[in-house]
Write a protein that binds this ligand. Structure first.
Ligand SMILES: Nc1nc2c(ncn2[C@@H]2O[C@H](COP(=O)(O)OP(=O)(O)OP(=O)(O)O)[C@@H](O)[C@H]2O)c(=O)[nH]1
Ligand SMILES: [Mg+2]
Length: 210
């Protein structure tokens, strides 16, 4: 049988401080399960998620980077050739939110230096099932934070209760695919495609919650 599906393979980083739930989010997304036991990741782990969309098959190679790696020298190596990233914090622990900026900076400086472009990033406010969310109650401020720090958008997630993980991944994939199509179009000579004027072009209103 003829198969006209387009294939894509994307490297997606999952970063954020110790114990925020990176491994749990990936486990939920890929294996549909959750464990309350904490086993710190050492170095980096990998998982593969395959999405069968209408015309395309998207393979997400998820790089689950240990929180403690921010203090090591390996992140530059891990980040190489990444297409997208989730930066995760724990809504019950404010210092993990402060660390989001440090992770983002680490990512932009180390990746930007080699490729000259910014990686598509989505912010995840995890453990929203805990009911102790002192950080994201003000959605407007979160949206502003995303705009100022170059995130496509943010989602309240729970690996435990399976909240918004598929939605966040779809947001990231949608952006990556759209960007890729733009690039392909811009490579075709003698075509003029109308473009809407936009402020900074970095944020996607579709990804923000209304
Ligand atoms: N209540 C609740 N607990 C969670 C959630 N996600 C993760 N946890 C718990 O938080 C702890 C840490 O989760 P991990 O997924 O191992 O965290 P990590 O970010 O991978 O940590 P490192 O590998 O050390 O960087 C575990 O005990 C998880 O069960 C969540 O959405 N809700
Ligand atoms: Mg882990």
């Amino acid at each position: 049988m003829q198969n006209n599906q387009k294939e894509h393979l994307y490297k997606i980083l999952v970063i954020g401080d110790l114990g925020v739930g990176k491994t749990s989010i990936i486990k939920r997304y890929v294996h549909q399960n959750f464990s309350s036991n904490y086993r710190a990741t050492i170095g980096v782990d990998f998982a593969l998620k395959v999405l069968n969309l209408d015309q395309e098959t998207v393979r997400l190679q998820l790089w689950d980077i240990a929180g403690q790696e921010r203090f090591g020298n390996m992140t530059r190596v891990y980040y190489r050739e990444a297409t997208g990233a989730f930066i995760v914090f724990d809504v019950t622990r404010p210092p993990t939110f402060e660390a989001v900026m440090k992770w983002k900076e680490d990512l932009d400086t180390k990746l930007g230096a080699s490729s000259g472009k910014r990686v598509a990033a989505v912010l995840l406010a995890n453990k929203c099932d805990q009911g102790r969310d002192v950080l994201t109650n003000n959605g407007i401020e979160m949206e502003q934070f995303c705009r100022e720090n170059g995130f496509l958008g943010w989602f309240e997630t729970s690996a435990k209760d399976n909240v918004n993980i598929d939605e966040a991944a779809n947001c990231l994939v949608k952006h990556i695919l759209a960007n890729e199509n733009d690039l392909i179009q811009s490579e075709v000579p003698d075509t003029v495609s109308p473009k809407l004027e936009s402020g900074n072009g970095a944020s996607c209103s579709a990804c923000f919650k209304s």
